[in-house]
Design a protein around this ligand. Sequence first.
Ligand code: RUQ
Ligand code: CUA
Length: 677
Amino acid sequence: MKPRTRPLHLLATVISLSFLGGAATTGCRAGKSRPAAKPGAVATPGEGASLEAIAQAHNLDPAEARAALEVYTPPGRYDEFTMFSSGGHSGSVYVVGIPSLRLLKEIPVFSPNTWQGWGQGADEGDKILREGSFSPNLPTQTWGDLHHPQLSLTKGDYDGQFLFASDKPTGRVAVIDLRDFHTKQIVKTPNTISDHALFVMENTEYVVTATFQPSPGGPGVYAPLETYKDRYRGAITFHKFDRAAGRIVLAQSFQIELPPYFQDLAIGGKGPSKDYIFTNSLNTELSTGGNLEGRPPFEIGASRNEMDYMHVINWRRAEALVLSGSPKLVEKGGIKVIPLEVARDEGLLHFVPESKSPHGCDVAPGGEYILTSGKLDPHVTAYSFAKIKKAIDEKNYEKLDPYGIPILNYDAVKEAYIEVGLGPLHTVFDDKGNGYTSLFLDSAVAKFTLGPPYHSAAEGWKLVDKIDINYNIGHLQTPGSNTVRPRGRYLVALNKWVVDRHPAMGPLHPQNTQLIDLSGDKMRLVNEAPSIGEPHNATIIETDRIAAWVTYPALTDPATMQTPAANATKQGDERIEKTADGVHVHMVVIRSQYKPDTIRVKQGDRVVIDITNAESARDATHGFGLHGYNVTASIDPGATQRIEFIASQPGAYPFYCTEFCSALHMEMAGWFMVEPR
Ligand code: RUQ
Ligand code: CUA
């Protein structure tokens, strides 16, 4: 590839060193002062004090006093927006109100949760974790890095029905139903050993994931690292989503094999670009590390080339090939796979040069531009989709990559190259034609104008504002940013480190979410809150657009959402049946008793307990805690739930309600008696 003039190239090298060194940005950068922490309330003036006096007593400057009023959500009122935030390695999704930043709920996904009885050894969550584990021949994976949450779309906008979330290390996708905020399915992406990106297509036809580390064929498949170039492959996977069933259907899913680059972030096109998807890649050098074996460390080996490749994939044509039943496809891991050579020969895949070690890959709301950032280059590059299309049609190639994939001419497809600051990562959008890019190294957010049709050619692609945040920002989000209708109003900065923002509480600090007001020309920091785990990425929707239930319709099985569920127990029909290998308990719970409250089994019996909560009152959840057997369940009003285990040890075991449900909650208990054989 011919060398290009890179303004600030030297600077990029310096940045690269500090970026690779990791700890270079603690926010305590020399030469740049940040406001020192100051005490909160020093005295609370009594009733009748003026707002000014209260602000003064709380040591608030006018901007802080104003922000306090702007984000205050009085007791009993709801936040305007709801954010579904990644919990990183906590494995959960956290539901947070905006602008208050109040934590509203935890949705357990990839990790067990005792409060909600999720993945506790005998319940539905346990089954979902097992079925969606990395490999059937390895222990059930009970942790993950919940990375990218994404709401379901209808016509390119949020519909409030489903939330999907990816697990980066293992390459899994979870489906969460927003009627009850429960995880319904976890799917291991076939043939991959790790995934990074997750996004959904315009009408949620597919949930798409792209690999991170390439693999020789998925869990359990070995090929020597020396054969990396020939035997390892990346992939982009189209998980078919059946909206009526609320499940991913692997039999109708497909995958396109890609070169063994690390595919990193990906996004679907919109409007003119809606038949295409775009994904970054890094390590086009095909480095495999080996720092004790005479090879460069991975991070050095993987950053040698000046440019990596943005992948431009014609998914519409790929889908047509799959639906045509073409014999060129192979069946692997339960899905149809388009081999790399077929993708190349069918013209499904083109590359666009992009600044090395790129990160964000985002599409402007109208689909005209694709924006990427090179972590080591202080610019955002905007590519014009029209120019990409033209270059593909005219075969305007610079050269072919080692796998024969055409690399489009950079100068022919580039639209703009905007200097934003150090360590640019992701870009989001507002409703006024502006882009906002997170700057990891600068610990800042840059605001710039998009080009036509958002702004005139003269006004477009200009840096217009910048704000410091605290500290190492990764993703950022605005409500509806990746939809066809970004809402603007607020921007959330999701920060990896919090350094000095909260009082010392041991060396592991909380991480941090900061709220920025976008209503004026200048961005304003108005709120912040610590988070549990890394708030990796988020997705933000109007609270009143979420189609959540307040109770289940009577006799619903949350596992299937069917009502009446086959295993529900009606009041008056409570009983204990002997089965060939044990007992089957049909139980009803209602304030404040279990019926039956005495269960007698023999040691070694298989025990099946179908528990139905007969309540219809809002919030009338009951639990079932059987310690010793390590069984706990939370049965919400209207729900029915099955618990299954073997009564292996004799003894007298109490069970009790784990939800403080009534004045007689302490009396809501029973006996599980296991008679020795
Ligand atoms: S990517 S911090 Cu793993 Cu979501 Cu950019
Ligand atoms: Cu039911 Cu406590």
